[in-house]
Design a protein around this ligand. Sequence first.
Ligand code: AN7
Length: 381
Amino acid sequence: MTFRTRYTGLIENYRDRLPVSDDTRIISLGEGNTPLIKLNNIPDLLDKKVDLYVKYEGLNPTGSFKDRGMTMAVTKAVEDGAKAIICASTGNTSASAAAYAARAGITAFVLIPDGKIAQGKLAQAMMEGAVILQVKGNFDDGMRLVKEVAKEAPVTIVNSINPYRLQGQKTAAFEIVEELGRAPDFHCLPVGNAGNITAHWIGYSEYACEKGAQATAACAHCNGVCPYATGSIVTTRPKMVGYQASGSAPFLRGEMVDDPETVATAIRIGHPQSWDHAWKVHKESGGWFDECSDEEILAAQKLLAEKEGVFCEPASATSVAGAMRDINSGKIPENSCVVCTLTGHGLKDPDTAIKQSNAPVIAVDAKLEQVKSAILENMTD
Ligand code: AN7
């Protein structure tokens, strides 16, 4: 006897809105269906009242949102007969690619920047059997090399320039709309290559098809399955807000950045691959880009962990750092419904977490007296 249906991943869940057929062998680790957590304590610290949610994408199988795209990209690569996939990565894409390649029984080649990848991510790629090429350069160098080598070797690129990646990632927007029963007013994301902000916009747009009740099954806009036809009617889309780290903020500078630098290594990207897409999202949604300093990013990461018990990696906290500032300034108006994506788990980067934390670690002898006095001295009212 089964008590409830087993969740088997986002492709099965949204099969009718994704480019798969009945015969497609699906490569899945049960990704998607991540919690949308309503923040309880941080809103009290803000000057204006809003409904603030975080979509905790760090709870995907490899600890980041990349799994949503990777299940699609690897499923399609295998369907097309690929024996190997390749990506450049600041860490999370490589961890995800390695896992899904292992699951599929194919090889993953991952190009990572020399010394600038968080320990957890490196550990994942190593354990999951990827062939790791540590490039003497940054992500952008790796990405250029991946594009060049894919012309000469039989490897399928699984960076977000692979359109199946964005198809998988759009499902995060579906989940949010279904859970809230509406689209949020604002959706805030950290931006590196800008694949994820683009994918969310695709997802929201498919839900809020402007053709409305006139849409037909043949409407390409919705991959042939209009949400209107399935009875889920949503008429609005959020303003999409993208935050970058100040040292890696090409969208703020209005041009590519050659030497990106930030503590948030996941978004240490100066040449975003979805540059044009992201500007289109910016224009169509009426949203904006802004930047956060490394200090603001780390403070938001710590605040989320301390006040809400939600541990995300530094890059992810950029969305909350930016949103808090824009809520306080009124740029995001009072009473708005705001969703921030937390793209990766805090355990990805234990070094940065430990370095910035001032949590008391109290050494004691293995004696009751010492443990007891440590407790009594540290009780909060
Ligand atoms: C935690 O892994 O690009 O704007 O190579 O890992 O879609 O690029 C990671 C990106 C945000 C930015 N947060 O997303 C990679 C990589 C985290 C990330 C981003 C990334 P995009």
